[in-house]
Ligand binder design. Structure first.
Ligand SMILES: Cc1cc2nc3c(=O)[nH]c(=O)nc-3n(C[C@H](O)[C@H](O)[C@H](O)COP(=O)(O)OP(=O)(O)OC[C@H]3O[C@@H](n4cnc5c(N)ncnc54)[C@H](O)[C@@H]3O)c2cc1C
Length: 376
């Protein structure tokens, strides 16, 4: 029997492993990738796609093609839980898979059910993840901007809220007849975990374009046509984005696997579960035991070579490599209107150049991985 490697999710941390599936197959291993979509969307360019800077095909990888062309198996499905004792994986459609080595890159989600009022997604309520949702929202908004002046509410006070607000403005400016009223419900303080130098630049860029930022208190209830604050104030709305911060995939808790405080898969310095050493993971869905990591794509990307090495080493019984999270990462927010806010260590600036740097880096990243699809 060939040893079986299963990858759950073809996200940012599995890119290099996906690129080298042929190598695993050549060595006699069977590789299966399970994911809910034939494509994986690069989140760093998601708000830019919402704003119309990029088309969906600019920002996605053809996961299924890359897997199949190298002799791997792609299964379009969602993993719900595993039984680590039996080494079995259970999917939403009722299928069961067995594995010898398993790696999770199943990402994170916006917990809608935990949102004030326990809302469900509706025609006019969209979460900022998965990125496919932004694609749907963009199409819907384009049509609505033609018809009337909308009120758009963004619930959440972090960077994804800022990026979505700025890019909704850009979309309306580019395509619509009516500019909407855009309101961010930011709780007590917008972009609170960022230094004032970053915060003030983002705030000023958004406010200059008439985007309102409310910092008067938390949202208590969300209805499709209304946002109610704890203070008793209510605001009518036509369209809502939920940008409340993300949580790791629910697979790990549902499977009784050791998890961190955020319920992400608990992994050691080898990106490996200590209790079940044949299980690995990367990206937003893990809790890195040595040093909790921010949920940013940068870490998922940095984990790539380690996962590639360790998955192969684990199948071959060779030595594993350690993951080093590396130095402080570069942050650039795309705040729409062709503008960005750049931060690397003490250097902070906003404006067109900041966006151009992000655009250059993101396009280069995409080109590198989209080239794999073309070469195969
Ligand atoms: C609007 C927005 C903008 C952002 N901009 C940036 C940025 O500019 N720079 C940055 O560094 N970070 C950014 N982030 C953070 C970034 O999105 C995450 O850190 C990054 O997506 C993590 O990558 P990942 O591969 O772990 O997860 P994901 O990108 O979420 O990928 C997970 C993959 O797993 C699949 N999957 C999910 N559930 C299952 C399941 N049950 N079974 C099988 N497969 C599954 C999904 O389809 C997906 O392909 C942004 C986030 C948002 C919401």
């Amino acid at each position: 029997m060939r040893k079986h490697l299963v990858l759950v999710g073809g996200g940012h941390a599995h890119m290099m492993t996906l690129e080298h599936i042929g190598k695993f197959v050549e060595k006699g291993f069977k590789v299966t990738v399970i994911g809910p979509s034939f494509y994986h969307y690069y989140s760093g360019m998601g708000p830019g796609m919402l704003g119309g800077t990029y088309s969906p095909s600019d920002i996605r990888f053809a996961t299924r093609d890359v897997v199949q062309k190298q002799g791997g198996v792609f299964v379009k499905d969602k993993v719900e839980r595993i039984d680590p004792g039996k080494k079995e994986i259970y999917t939403r459609t009722g299928h069961t898979f067995t594995y010898d080595v398993l790696s999770f890159n199943a990402g994170s989600y916006v917990p809608m059910k935990a949102a004030p009022g326990r809302i469900e997604e509706q025609d006019n309520i969209y979460s900022v993840k998965p990125i496919e949702k932004l694609m749907e929202a963009s199409d819907k908004l384009k049509a609505l901007f033609e018809q009337k002046k909308l009120i758009i509410s963004i619930v959440g006070g972090g960077p994804s809220s800022a990026e979505v607000a700025g890019n909704v403005w850009q979309l309306a400016k580019k395509t619509g007849r009516h500019l909407p009223e855009i309101r961010i419900f930011a709780g007590k303080k917008f972009m609170a975990r960022f230094p004032e130098s970053v915060r003030s630049r983002v705030v000023s860029s958004l406010k200059k374009r008439g985007i309102q930022i409310l910092e008067t208190g938390y949202v208590k209830e969300i209805k499709p046509d209304k946002i109610c604050l704890e203070s008793g104030e209510t605001f009518s709305t036509d369209f809502i984005f939920m940008a409340l911060g993300v949580k790791p995939s629910t697979i790990f808790e549902a499977s009784g696997l050791p998890v961190g405080p955020d319920k992400g898969l608990l992994v050691n310095k080898y990106l490996q579960s200590e209790k079940y050493p044949e299980i690995f993971g990367g990206g937003d869905c893990i809790y890195f035991k040595d040093e909790p990591l921010d949920k940013v794509g940068v870490y998922a990307v940095r984990e790539n070579p380690i996962l590639l090495h360790n998955l192969l080493a684990s199948l071959e019984g060779k030595e594993l490599e350690m993951f080093d999270p590396g130095p402080e990462y570069l942050l650039i927010f795309n705040v729409g209107g062709g503008l960005g806010v750049f931060k690397k260590k003490g250097l902070v600036f906003g404006g067109k150049i900041a966006f151009m740097v992000k655009d250059y880096i993101d396009r280069k990243f995409m080109k590198q991985f989209q080239a794999i699809e073309k070469e195969l």
